[in-house]
Ligand binder design. Structure first.
Ligand SMILES: *Cc1c(COP(=O)(O)O)cnc(C)c1O
Length: 389
């Protein structure tokens, strides 16, 4: 282990844990050591993580329901706050039923491994989240990876696997390290043509897109073609947990087959009640989406016009592609010195040679903060030779 860790460190690929603390009253900031930093590395897209109404209901539920749920949902952990939340989720997504699970990672490994097994095939975008990849490995189904957003490649793989028993196409709606979107309309057509199931992970798009934050599938009007609609409460909802929405049959199947639901303790009631409040705010506070969208545009445009490579996205995730691992680390430390928290994302999270700074924006950031941050980024980019002057 020591030898391999030295190799990782030598290649600027070692990761380590650092303490970050919130700044109450300033949700767009974080504290590291004794320094307050503009937080451009959080997934709290709508700025809800400190919302007083969410904290209040969590507090009250903690008093009435206690700390832990004590057991799996199928034993005695299915406490009172789950049912109203799952009803509200189904109404929000306009689907028959929903299921709340502990987190997005478990939702993906649980759903995929419950739906397919040996003799089946999963078609998965090569940039899909690691939890999707792990779900496929766990399921023992064939893993047919298609090139990122390449529908011709997907079609050729669908042809190749025509005779498989079950076929599942799975994609992130917004890709977590690039901020670009999946071609969901084309995926919906292919799924029909080939008789496959379609699963969409809205971890980064739930709350962010749609009139009431339903996600990108609703925004594009293809929600009825999505068989397994998954999202998390850990990003734009500002809390923790995840949902799966779909048909009554799907949810009944998952309750019986999804091992992370069956063999793991239920979320504490305080979290479940907090999610319900966050769901109401996500639906009602459309201004948060508008502010986030305006800030994302402003920030991305100013990096692009400074000559940075920021990919094809249009979401609150703005990657600044640097290429070299060590350079990405130096960029991130230089930003920290001027008061900006940003993470250097390196392989294996992203393909080799595409190390980057991944900025993620929030409705908590003001136009002024983002303009100033972009100015710092431009100066450091010139100093480090990432862009030429
Ligand atoms: C963050 C993320 C997950 C995991 O969600 P958690 O609730 O944090 O476990 C799953 N899929 C994607 C695309 C993600 O970005």
């Amino acid at each position: 282990m020591d030898k391999e860790l030295e190799l990782l460190a030598g290649a600027s690929l070692e990761r380590s844990l650092r303490v970050s603390s919130p700044v109450f009253g300033s949700p767009g900031y974080t504290v590291r050591g004794d320094q307050m930093l503009l937080n451009l590395s959080s997934n709290d897209y709508l700025g809800l993580a400190q919302h007083p109404a969410i904290i209040d209901i969590m507090h009250r539920t903690l008093q009435s329901e206690g700390a832990g749920s004590g057991a799996s949902r199928l034993v005695t952990g299915n406490r009172q706050p789950y049912a109203p939340l799952e009803a509200a989720l189904a109404a929000w997504q306009n689907c028959e039923a929903s299921l709340v699970v502990a987190n997005g990672y478990m939702a993906n490994i649980g759903a995929i491994s419950a739906l397919v097994s040996r003799g089946d095939v999963v078609f998965s975008d090569q940039l899909n989240h690691a939890s999707i990849v792990d779900g496929i490995v766990l399921s023992r189904a064939d893993h047919a990876r298609y090139r990122h957003n390449d529908m011709e490649h997907l079609r050729s793989l669908l042809n190749k696997h025509r005779d498989k028993r079950r076929k599942l196409i799975v994609t992130d709606a917004v890709f977590s390290m690039d901020g670009d979107q999946a071609p969901l309309r084309e995926l919906a057509l292919l799924k029909r043509e080939y008789g496959a199931m379609l699963m969409v992970d809205e971890a980064h798009s739930g709350g962010v897109y749609g009139k009431r934050g339903e996600g990108l599938c609703h925004e594009l009007g293809i929600q009825d073609d999505v068989d397994i609609h998954m999202g998390t409460f850990s990003k734009s909802f500002g809390i923790y947990g995840a949902y799966i929405c779909g048909s009554r049959t799907l949810i009944r199947w998952l309750v019986n087959k999804a091992r992370p639901l069956i063999y793991s303790t239920a979320l504490p009631s305080s979290i479940v009640a907090g999610i319900s409040k966050a769901l109401a705010l996500v639906q009602a506070d459309h201004w948060r989406r508008e502010k986030l969208d305006a800030g994302s545009r402003l920030f991305r445009d100013s990096l692009r016009s400074a000559g940075f490579i920021t990919g094809d996205g249009g979401s609150p995730i703005v990657p600044l592609i640097v290429g070299d691992n060590e350079l990405a680390l130096r960029f991130s430390s230089a930003l920290e010195e001027v008061g900006i928290a940003s993470v250097a994302i390196r392989p294996p999270t992203v393909p080799a040679g595409t190390a980057r700074i991944r900025f993620s924006l929030s409705a908590a950031h003001s136009e002024k903060e983002l303009t100033e941050a972009a100015a710092h980024i431009r100066i450091i980019g010139h100093q480090l030779g990432v862009v030429s002057s």
